[in-house]
Design a protein around this ligand. Structure first.
Ligand SMILES: Nc1ncnc2c1ncn2[C@@H]1O[C@H](COP(=O)(O)OP(=O)(O)OP(=O)(O)O)[C@@H](O)[C@H]1O
Ligand SMILES: [Mg+2]
Length: 397
């Protein structure tokens, strides 16, 4: 029966083969996004498990374990004798097994023993040093097991420390490569990403550089501001306008930012202390005045306010802030500023908010994008929404 158990593994690209061919016991692989880290990790695990080894795959969170589990299952189902969805565990005909775990709880994995371990997205593991040195490394002692840690760099935290070890320790090896080494990525994908984020983020995420340190998010703020231009400019039919709306809850500010297609900011309306209906009246009036369509921050307030705006003749689309979507939004604005594509009004609150955004190091060495101290970021959010999706991905009301 085993003749029919055909397992087809992905055919590895040159960079992935470098890792499989290395005989180092511990490997640190710092590669760009979409380079193929998870895929080669799956191939590695499959090889060990099909030789009868006990293999552990560890992701930073339970959610991040879902995709590798899917990929593993897809490739290895034909060879499996038992599959447990709840434990995310597969067993094979020759006694080998693969189990997927998450490191949300750094104690996961204690008391086990493995022939091989993969840690995927290692830089995102909250307590990577504890997870590695105290929990996972000891599980490799019994069988002189091996391990590979995959990640895209993220600041200079614990993953960077292991990366350095990859050079100095003879038991270790390290590998690095940019995303575009993956020949299976659609061409142009990486260059497209470059346009959407600040250069230093691109260098980390796609060129896999460890250089990113603390510092301001927005470059060239002062050069982008037209000194002294504080007044709104009236609508001119020759131009096309876009807007972004950050809705203020309770005592927060509501901000509408209007920008011309050529990158010139022409209006800011910033106010607070109104009820939803009055807010909708005022926002809709501005949007109609410039015939601008707008992304509206609908986080928390949901669709009712968006509906109120539509009822008042405004062309709006909701945008929900999550940690990820907000980072992408803010970095999109940073990329536009960095390239000198925007001319901003000289509005003190806006300029100060822009200058207050920074990448700051969290405990554990992770870099995080944070808004200005004190919390107000409504001008920047409105502005970022005004330029969001402004490049070709035009949305028609
Ligand atoms: N050897 C390969 N053969 C075919 N496709 C591949 C191969 N390696 C990677 N890919 C494809 O490239 C894309 C990225 O691969 P993968 O998810 O493994 O990369 P990653 O580095 O883990 O990405 P991320 O940074 O998003 O986690 C996927 O669509 C994957 O199917
Ligand atoms: Mg991956």
């Amino acid at each position: 029966m085993s003749d029919h158990r055909v397992v087809v593994l992905p055919r590895c690209h040159t960079g992935q083969r470098r890792i499989l061919q290395s005989s180092a016991r511990f490997k640190v692989v710092a590669c760009g996004r979409r380079w193929g880290k998870t895929t080669v990790g799956v191939v590695e695990c499959a090889r060990w498990a099909l030789q009868g080894g006990t293999v552990g795959w560890f992701a930073p969170t339970f959610r991040m374990a879902a995709e590798p589990w899917r990929v593993l299952r897809r490739h290895l189902l034909p060879a499996s004798t038992r599959v447990s969805e709840t434990d995310r565990r597969m067993e094979f005909f020759n006694g080998g097994s693969i189990e997927i775990g998450s490191l949300d709880n750094p104690d996961a994995g204690r008391g086990r023993k493995f022939r091989h371990i993969v840690i995927d997205e290692a830089a995102a593991v909250r307590e990577l040093e504890i997870a590695w040195y105290e929990v996972l490394r000891p599980t490799l002692t019994d069988e002189a097991g091996t391990a590979t840690l995959y990640s895209t760099p993220k600041g200079r935290g614990a993953f960077f420390g292991l990366w350095q070890r990859g050079e100095s320790d003879p038991e270790w090896a390290r590998f690095s490569a940019p995303s575009h080494e993956n020949p299976y990525l659609p061409s142009g994908e990486v260059e497209a990403a470059r346009g959407e984020m600040p250069e230093r983020v691109f260098r980390q995420e796609y060129l896999a550089e460890f250089g990113m340190e603390e510092g301001a998010v927005f470059a060239n703020v002062r050069t982008a501001v037209d000194a002294g231009r504080v007044a709104n400019e009236t609508y001119q039919p020759a131009h096309e306008y876009r807007a972004g709306v950050d809705l203020g809850r309770a005592r927060d500010w509501t901000v509408v930012a209007v920008i011309r297609a050529d990158g010139k900011q022409v209006a800011v309306d910033r106010f607070r202390g109104l009820g939803w209906s009055a807010i909708a009246d005022r926002v809709a009036r501005t949007l109609r005045e410039y015939q601008a369509w707008a992304w509206v921050d609908s986080t928390g307030v949901g669709d009712p306010v968006v509906d109120m705006l539509r009822q008042r003749g405004a062309a709006v689309r909701p945008f929900v802030f999550t940690a990820n979507s907000k980072t992408r939004l803010i970095e999109g604005l940073a990329a536009r500023l960095e390239r000198g594509e925007l001319n901003l009004m000289d509005r003190t609150e806006q300029t100060e908010e822009l200058e207050g955004f920074a990448y700051r190091t969290r405990p554990g060495g992770h870099l995080r994008l944070e808004g200005p101290p004190g919390g107000h970021d409504d001008c920047v959010c409105a502005l970022a929404l005004a330029v969001y999706g402004d490049r070709g991905a035009a949305w028609v009301a």
